[in-house]
Design a protein around this ligand. Structure first.
Ligand code: HEM
Length: 167
């Protein structure tokens, strides 16, 4: 989900005039933002590009900087759960930090996904139950890609898995 968010696009309507990167958008403007770009920022923009926008960012955004998060430096087409692990420089202790970097598969803010906790619970149960009987073998390269039809949600065209029983 962090690499290939299911909901690719999230729509908002400005209920009052709003300033984004120096441009004022009037009330009623529809604003579409792309979770895919937010989740794949290492391939799209980097901190220097973000800093180059500082002149047009609002004062609050500038002050907030990256809000304690990092822009991923690892290409996000790889499964790298360690991106969420923070290592204490003094003790070497590794802790999970859900706010380590930008990733919005469930949207953000007041109108973010109401079913997030349920969805995560279902996924955990599903993966754990599947793993009791099967492991997922590598899928042949010709059947394995991130290709998808993108509408508001993502429809993978090669969503194959290769479950093999534990022996
Ligand atoms: C992996 C599974 C799911 C993903 C990735 C997902 C993702 C999202 C996203 C991106 C939004 C838009 C958030 C925004 O506008 O900022 C959303 C909205 C919503 N989702 Fe989910 N969702 C998932 C599962 C579920 C489930 C299981 C339920 C209910 C049982 C649910 C109920 C809702 C509702 C009610 C909203 C609208 C919230 C509002 O507008 O206030 N979602 N979801």
């Amino acid at each position: 989900m962090s690499n290939l968010p299911i909901a690719e696009l999230v729509l908002r309507k400005a209920t009052e005039p709003i300033e984004i990167l120096g441009r004022t958008l009037p009330a009623g403007t529809s604003i579409l933002w792309c979770t895919h770009i937010a989740c794949n920022n290492a391939t799209v923009f980097n901190e220097s590009k973000l800093r180059a926008l500082d002149e047009v960012r609002s004062e609050t955004s500038r002050k907030n900087g990256l809000g304690g998060r990092s822009l991923w430096s690892i290409p996000t087409d790889r499964f790298e759960p360690d991106r969420w692990i923070k290592i204490d420089e003094n003790t070497g202790k590794r802790t999970f930090d859900p706010r380590a970097g930008y990733s919005f598969p469930f949207g953000v803010g007041l109108r973010s996904c109401a079913g997030k906790q349920l969805a995560i619970l279902e996924l955990k149960i599903y993966i754990a139950t599947l793993n009791l009987s099967f492991f997922l073998a590598e899928v042949p390269k010709e059947l394995s890609s991130h290709r998808a039809n993108i509408e508001v949600t993502r429809f993978p065209v090669q969503a194959y898995v290769a479950p093999r029983p534990w022996t």
